[in-house]
Design a binder for this molecule. Structure first.
Ligand code: FMN
Length: 640
């Protein structure tokens, strides 16, 4: 039964009773109507208040907030009203005093009012206690299997308790999945505290203010160009009231990403370690020495050789955590994937190749940056090179690796977010044999049905450059009902292929609502052959995807919805280890999501990334088996 019907059920029942009375020729008296309305009011206010109080406790929302006061005030007045009028209602129900309304308000009213207030207080306390206790099911990840795997230090991470790492990721993914039942069955038990400031600052560090990014016209890649690159990753591109919107999208506009640069040799900027102060478009100098490869646990990695600048990206987990709780790790990775794709795009536009470094030691990198890794995890390391230099893919370098260390305060403080971060991290070993990486997964393809549909591949439309596209990028949530031309969709899909994927596990699907020349339904996107493979047509209406995306209109109103999935076998076979493979797959999903924003922007279309969805419903929509693949990211596409 639709939710609306459930909510309206008491009202409908009352109306039906009323109609019946009229038909029987016994219309209810004015008093009976008054009492019936009072009872309904009581039921609705009581349910609303009970659910609200339960939710406040269950989700650790602040108990007092100014806008709650109206709600508390309403409940108080209803209780008082009930106290004074309860005798009237009771007599009417028991048919003892229906004809004597004036007798209802008697001397005992005040006492009854007090009793009603007390009863209401007890009811609120009960709802609160239930909210606190209900669903205390915080996932406790047992650190023993992974940390004590008994494998010699130095083995490649994928071989170190690879099954355990995978099991850990699987438990995390299942635990952080949204489901309708889970909303009531689970309560977060991490105290996320107050959200940290939206911008990090090192007030005591010497800083230099960078010139406005748009003024960068020089051909040489220097300090100013580096500033331009950073601005296109994390800079403030628009202010709406107090909200500072950034070059990259971020879930809930919380922007947990922080950027640091280790400058090794660059014109116009002194070597050393710098933090990007995005709010003021400035660089703060944290150290006069840039950390070397060993300090980052990436000794002699060919990807780092000759790099002018290293870019280190962290996530301040609490920025997202206080909203996204146990799903935080997924969000910060998808956010970062969007941001880093902008780094690659802006770097290329400025004449630099930005190279992803697949393996480094997070703890060492955090120490080099001087950050508390439990609060601010180092999630990615990139190297900036001259464009002419060929990329080095998934390099192993000379570094030897030890199993990830789980447990301890750093992992426990933020619950499964901290544990997952530890699990997807690598540890540089001091000694031990260097292991050859396992072969990467043969990219498994899930089956599709019916005839393939070749996509048109028109030339990219003219636009004023990727830097301008990034600067203008915004999430669009309101779409016209107009259908998308198939040509446009084909051209856009062609632009989604990343030439140097960071993960072999990412797959793409499309739910079509309104594309000219394409039947509504779910398709798998075969990027290599540039075609669509039909998967499901029946039941894929606008309502189902909207419902799967927590009833978000942006999904229901879109002309098409991209659904990105990760193949479980493929990420488990990541050369850097099964758990690290999960991180790489989510980053790659973010990268493709960002390409979608830019490709759509170039065509005047609108996109909105969506990370909030019921995982199983989303999988069912595109007909994938959760035993083999998981939906990790959605993006709505439509005509603005
Ligand atoms: C990983 C990710 C998940 C997101 N999930 C949602 C979502 O579920 N619903 C939504 O309306 N917007 C979502 N967004 C869009 C953000 O709300 C948006 O990026 C943010 O408000 C900043 O606005 P801007 O993109 O216009 O800069 C998501 C963005 C990202 C990167």
């Amino acid at each position: 039964m639709p939710k609306l019907l459930w909510v309206a059920l008491p009202l409908l029942a009352a109306l039906a009773w009323l109609a019946l009375q009229w038909l029987r020729g016994r219309p209810p008296s004015r008093l009976a109507l008054n009492i019936g309305a009072s009872l309904l009011l009581l039921a609705y206010v009581g349910t609303t208040a009970g659910l609200g109080i339960f939710w406040v406790a269950n989700q650790q929302l602040p108990v007092f907030d100014w806008h709650y006061l109206f709600g508390y005030g309403t409940v108080l007045l209803v209780l008082l009203h009930l106290g004074f009028n309860f005798p009237l209602v009771w007599r009417w129900i028991t048919r003892r005093g229906a004809a004597r309304p004036s007798a209802a308000v008697d001397d005992a009213s005040a006492r009854r009012g007090t009793l009603a207030l007390l009863g209401g207080g007890l009811f609120a306390a009960l709802a609160f206690m239930l909210g606190l206790r209900h669903g205390r099911s915080e996932l406790r990840l047992d650190s023993a299997p992974l940390a004590g795997a008994g494998t010699a230090a130095g083995a490649a991470p994928a071989r170190v308790a690879g099954g355990d790492a995978l099991a850990l990721v699987e438990r995390f993914h299942a635990f952080s999945s949204h489901s309708r039942r889970g909303v009531l069955l689970r309560a977060p038990s991490v105290d996320w505290g107050d959200p940290p400031a939206p911008f990090k600052r090192y007030a005591d560090a010497p800083s230099i203010t960078l010139p406005p990014p748009r003024s960068h016209r020089g051909a040489a890649f220097d300090g100013v160009a580096l500033g331009t690159l950073l601005w296109h990753v994390a800079g403030v591109t628009e202010e709406r009231g107090t909200l500072k919107l950034r070059a990259s999208p971020s879930s809930g506009a919380l922007f947990s990403t922080e950027l640091y640069v280790a400058v090794r040799a660059l014109d116009g900027l002194a070597p050393g370690l710098w933090h990007y102060d995005a709010e003021h478009h400035a660089l703060e100098r944290l150290s006069a020495t840039a950390p070397d490869d060993a300090a980052l646990g990436a000794a002699a990695d060919p990807a780092l050789a000759g790099a002018e600048v290293l870019l280190l990206a962290t996530a301040l987990f609490r920025r997202s955590g206080h909203k996204y709780r146990d799903r935080t790790y997924r969000y910060v990775l998808a956010d970062l994937g969007h941001a880093l794709e902008n780094a690659l795009q802006a770097g290329a536009a400025l004449g630099r190749r930005v190279q992803f470094v697949h393996r480094f030691d997070e703890s060492r990198a955090a120490a080099a940056l001087g950050v508390d890794e439990a609060e601010e995890g180092v999630l990615a390391l990139l190297a900036l090179h001259e464009s002419a230099r060929a990329p080095v893919l998934a390099s192993t370098g000379a570094q030897r690796w030890a199993p990830p260390a789980l447990g301890g305060d750093t992992a426990e403080r933020l619950g499964i977010t901290g544990t997952l971060h530890r699990a997807t991290s690598l540890r540089a070993a001091v000694d031990g044999p260097s292991a050859s990486p396992p072969a990467s997964a043969a990219s498994s393809r899930d089956g599709a049905h019916g005839g393939a549909i070749a996509l048109p591949q028109p030339a990219a439309p003219p636009h004023d450059g990727v830097l301008a596209l990034i600067a203008r990028r915004r999430s669009v949530r309101r779409f016209a009902s107009a259908a998308l031309p198939l040509e446009t969709l084909g051209g856009l899909i062609a632009g989604l292929r990343t030439p140097d994927p960071w993960s072999a596990a990412l797959r793409m699907h499309l739910v079509v609502h309104a594309v000219n020349g394409l039947a509504a339904g779910a398709y798998r996107i075969d990027l290599d052959a540039h075609r669509l493979l039909p998967r499901r047509a029946a039941g894929v209406t606008r309502a189902a995807p909207r419902a799967a995306a927590l009833d978000q209109d942006v999904i229901g109103d879109a002309a098409a919805v991209f659904m990105l999935t990760v193949d479980r076998a493929a990420f488990a076979a990541d050369p850097a280890g099964a758990a690290r493979g999960y991180r790489h797959a989510l980053l790659e999903a973010g990268r493709v999501g960002e390409r979608l924003y830019l490709e759509a922007g170039a065509r005047g279309l609108g996109v909105c990334a969506v990370g909030a969805f019921y995982d199983e419903e989303a999988a069912a929509l595109i007909g994938i088996d959760p035993a083999r693949a998981w939906v990790v990211h959605l993006a709505a596409l439509g005509v603005r």
